[in-house]
Design a protein. Structure first.
Length: 508
């Protein structure tokens, strides 16, 4: 048996021990945190270092299963992390390791007697809210288009099923995890605006002693009509695309969660059976298990599977993920022939197709729901368990940049962060947190070139199939695209192919 003490020298060599002192926070008048460009030599060296570290950690886990998580729990004190006494860059680095880690039975993979199940621990069709598990790591499902990407059709999960029949569950494709901190910050500002409008309406109705109504609009997105009685009582029956609490929830295919930390804690449970302290504090017995031990409700014999310190580190990693870009392929420079007897290669530029496709995106009605750009007022995001994070300084590049003409930070999200009725053909089987069966959150199209297949169930292998899958409120845009001559549809595809991720060096 290998003792934990014998592993500590190896941990030091791998650079896993956190410094006892935190980084000095940058003032607002200081330059943003310096990060290497995606295709720079420094980034390539960093990719190689991370690959070597992953391999070394896997070797350590083979020698002593569970040693990695034990060390993370020992190094990442939740109180120090929340107080900002741990350098954010170092914290996000540890969070990346936790995101990439292949969880095993020593870590709490699965639940109950899954470690000894004759047929194996995995369950592709989830057993109700409790879930699978159906995998061992986050990157096993979030990999298409690069790290933290989307999932292939074969990575689909069948949620809230009977544990056996695929038709019993709602099929869901893993979404890409781009710039989650920015998404949460946008949603928080929109919720703030909507709730402020509600308070103003109720106050005005009570002051006037007469009924009042107001159209709820934030960042150019219309959420319907809110009414107040002469006593200031609120009637929310006229609002659209958001719950009655007026909290914009941008996470999950149905738009059911306001914070990506809640999204991550549920995903760890239902897809791997890894129970975070955050989830145990608030999760229902249907979700976490009905065992008698509050610290081990899934009954797998592992208590304290993912504490608040390590979980906060993983959230730091997700909060700082980079923005996708909007950029067509423009290769209009003159290229020399490969040899004297050969002709020079033809240069290629899709700039004209991009411009026509952008006009089509608006003319066909796509931009009505997939709103291209929203303006973020403040770059600071608050994530439970972490000090406030200034995304403009701390994000991986490309990061948000202040635009004086807009008075904020333009975010090319291609979503209104609102739910829409997508018709009976897209209806779910199970109600999630009160959301109507036909309703789905408008997917964020940034990075869409690198995230096929498409739609909530991954049934669309191409843009054309995805558009054809629109129904309900999306039916008019679908019909407008279908009516285009075949030779004109290519421009829209080129535009969508320009919504992509920045190429970067990756070492498997």
């Amino acid at each position: 048996m290998i003792s934990r003490r014998s592993l500590l020298p190896t941990a030091g060599l791998l650079g896993l021990s956190l410094s006892l002192t935190g980084c000095k926070g940058a003032r607002r008048d200081e330059a943003p945190t310096c990060r290497a460009a995606p295709l720079s030599l420094e980034e390539a060296r960093e990719a190689q270092r991370l690959a070597e570290r992953r391999h070394a950690l896997r070797m350590r886990e083979a020698a002593a299963p569970g040693s990695f998580l034990r060390e993370m729990h020992g190094a990442l004190d939740a109180k120090r992390v929340a107080a900002g006494q741990v350098c954010l860059a170092e914290l996000a680095d540890r969070g990346q390791l936790l995101f990439e880690h292949e969880y095993g039975f020593a870590d709490g993979l699965g639940g109950g007697g899954s470690a000894k199940a004759p047929g194996g621990p995995f369950r592709r069709v989830h057993g109700g809210l409790f879930g699978g598990p159906e995998t061992v790591s986050c990157p096993s499902c979030h990999w298409v288009g690069g790290p933290n990407g989307a999932g292939a059709e074969t990575d689909n999960a069948f949620l809230q099923g009977d544990g056996e029949r695929t038709r019993s569950g709602d099929e869901r494709n893993p979404p890409a995890l781009a710039a989650l901190g920015v998404v949460q910050a946008l949603a928080r500002e929109m919720s703030r605006d909507l709730q402020r409008e509600r308070a103003d309406l109720a106050r005005e109705a009570a002051r006037a002693g007469a009924g009042r109504e107001a159209r709820l609009v934030t960042k150019g997105v219309d959420f319907g009509v809110l009414r107040a009685t002469s006593k200031g009582e609120i009637d929310a029956s006229g609002i659209r695309g958001v719950d009655g609490d007026l909290v914009v929830k941008p996470f999950g295919w149905k738009g059911t969660l306001a914070d990506f930390a809640d999204f991550a804690s549920e995903a760890l449970q239902v897809h791997m059976g890894i129970q975070s302290d955050r989830l145990l504090a608030s999760g229902s017995r249907e979700l976490v298990g009905d065992g008698n031990d509050p610290a081990d409700p899934d009954g797998d014999g592992v208590r304290g599977e993912l504490g608040r310190g390590p979980f906060a580190a993983m959230m730091a990693h997700l909060a700082l993920l980079e923005l996708p870009i909007v950029e067509p392929l423009i290769q209009d420079r003159q290229l020399a022939p490969a040899a004297r007897a050969l002709r020079a290669p033809t240069t290629t530029s899709f700039a004209d197709d991009f411009q026509r496709g952008r006009r089509q995106f608006h003319a066909l009605g796509c931009a009505a729901c997939h709103v291209p750009m929203l303006v973020l007022e403040s770059p600071v995001v608050e994530v439970e368990g972490l000090p406030p994070i200034d995304l403009s300084r701390e994000m991986r590049r490309p990061a948000i940049t202040y635009e004086p003409a807009l008075g904020g930070y333009p975010v090319w999200l291609f979503s209104d962060l609102k739910r829409h009725d997508m018709g009976k053909d897209n209806a779910a089987q199970h109600v999630q947190r009160g959301v109507a069966l036909n309703d789905y959150l408008t997917p964020r199209l940034w990075g869409v070139a690198d995230s096929a297949p498409y739609l909530h169930d991954g049934r669309a292998p191409s843009f054309d199939y995805a558009i054809a899958g629109h129904d309900g409120e999306g039916a008019a845009a679908r019909a407008a695209f279908a009516a285009l001559p075949m030779e004109e549809k290519g421009a829209l595809r080129v535009y969508l192919m320009s919504l992509r991720r920045v190429p970067r060096v990756i070492v498997p």
